[in-house]
Design a protein around this ligand. Structure first.
Ligand SMILES: [Zn+2]
Length: 63
């Protein structure tokens, strides 16, 4: 089956019998991410520490 990466729009041909193809067929809403983008996202997530997260904000002035 053919899948398209949601991030870079690259089209990949997945083996119909592969686990990933089966998974995507069972859940059509699940989007495919190519290994390159997946790696990029993973690296980004790992690097995120140190950058001030949004939820660090004080929860308002009310008390
Ligand atoms: Zn991609």
């Amino acid at each position: 089956m053919r899948v398209q990466c949601i991030l870079c729009d690259a089209v990949y041909e997945l083996d119909d019998t592969s686990l990933e193809a089966k998974r995507l067929r069972n859940k059509p809403l699940q989007t495919y991410m190519c290994p390159t983008c997946h790696e990029r996202i993973t690296a980004k997530t790992k690097r995120r520490r140190g950058h001030a997260p949004e939820h660090k904000r004080a929860p308002g002035q009310s008390h």
